[in-house]
Design a protein around this ligand. Structure first.
Ligand code: AHM
Ligand code: MG
Length: 329
């Protein structure tokens, strides 16, 4: 009989997100625990959205809602649901004084004026993919407020620039659900264990490969890309690279982060400033890219160095493995 040791019979579950956050916080003797609580609130919102997504085929949550968001884009039902879920979780958590969301024109004041943080977020990114059971994501970016405590947050709190992010990350609702985040010191990934209802550390200290052989771009728009992008795409083909494009930024970024590759969303004739939003799509993913050893540029310099001037501004983005990003520009 093939007997097992007691250890083999009861393998450890692993490190839960809560324990990881607590352990990371203890490295900073003066940390007050507020950022830790905020990360937990984001994880909770992620679990709730994960639940909504998992039953999307069964309840009336998939598809368009017949409304438009602030960008004039058709809103999916899930855009509305995830936005409400996130705002509620952050309001109830108490650490955030204001929120900027892709779905709302202006900042949302949570009523917690003592909260030290503001959060910019894209609650469901790539939400049209939900109808066809394809991965979508949530992207978030956290700043320490610069307006005085107990006063209402203002635009200035959100327009500090990408280098001022104190933490950023994403949740990927894919074949499994993952939370990936960084507080500036490395990037770690946690996989959601449904049976426990916990995120468990599964990808410790993620390091972006310096190069890879995947390029992710919507080639349907090829004719309207700048020449340097066309040249780079031709080079990728000449090198027999694999083209992989889900049309769900978090999924495309995550794959390339693990395997090595580059994601490109250039300016086009239709979107001369690019399509993706600087504050809640480009900045947070650029933060993760840089903290894992990768790069992110708008074609001129690091995405994180762009000085923002409005909440919903857009930017071209070339992001992923460092050497590939260098080559494209
Ligand atoms: P959304 O924020 O409205 O969901 O749009 C962002 C999405 C990204 O997830 C994705 O990478 C991109 O738009 C795809 O755009 P396109 O269909 O033009 O290739
Ligand atoms: Mg988006």
């Amino acid at each position: 009989m093939n007997t097992k040791t007691a250890q083999e019979l009861a393998l450890p579950v692993g490190v839960t997100l809560d324990r990881f956050i607590m352990h990371s916080q203890s490295a900073f003797p003066y940390a007050t625990g507020e950022l830790s609580q905020l990360l937990r609130d984001i994880a909770l919102a992620g679990k709730i959205i994960n639940r909504e997504i998992n039953r999307a085929g069964l309840v009336d949550i998939a598809g368009g809602n017949g409304t438009e968001n602030v960008q004039g884009e058709n809103q999916q039902k899930l855009d509305i649901v995830a936005n409400i879920r996130f705002i509620r979780a952050l309001k109830n958590g108490g650490e955030v004084c204001a929120i900027l969301s892709e779905e709302d024109e202006d900042i949302i004041h949570t009523g917690n004026n003592h909260g030290k943080y503001v959060v910019a977020m894209d609650p469901p990114d790539g939400s049209s993919n939900i109808d066809v059971n394809v991965s979508i994501g949530t992207i978030f970016s956290i700043y320490r407020r610069i307006t005085p405590i107990n006063e209402p947050a203002t635009m200035a709190d959100f327009l500090q620039g990408g280098r001022k992010q104190v933490a950023a990350g994403y949740i990927l609702y894919g074949s499994s659900t993952m939370l990936v985040y960084s507080t500036g010191d490395g990037v770690n990934g946690f996989t959601f264990d449904h049976s426990l209802g916990e995120f468990i550390l599964s990808h410790k200290n993620i390091c972006s490969p310096v190069r890879g052989s995947i390029y992710s771009v919507n080639e349907g728009h090829y004719n309207s890309y700048p020449d340097f992008v066309k040249t780079y795409i031709t080079k990728c083909k000449a090198m027999n690279f694999s083209a992989r494009y889900i049309g769900s930024l978090v999924g495309d970024f995550h794959r390339n982060l693990l395997k090595g590759g580059i994601y490109l969303y250039p300016s086009t004739k239709k979107d001369p400033k690019g399509k993706l939003r600087l504050l809640y799509e480009c900045y947070p993913l650029a933060f993760i890219a840089e903290k894992s050893g990768g790069k992110a540029t708008d074609g001129f310099g690091s995405i994180l160095d762009i000085i923002p001037d409005s909440f919903h501004q857009r930017s071209p983005v070339y992001i992923g493995s460092a050497e590939m990003v260098d080559e494209v520009v």
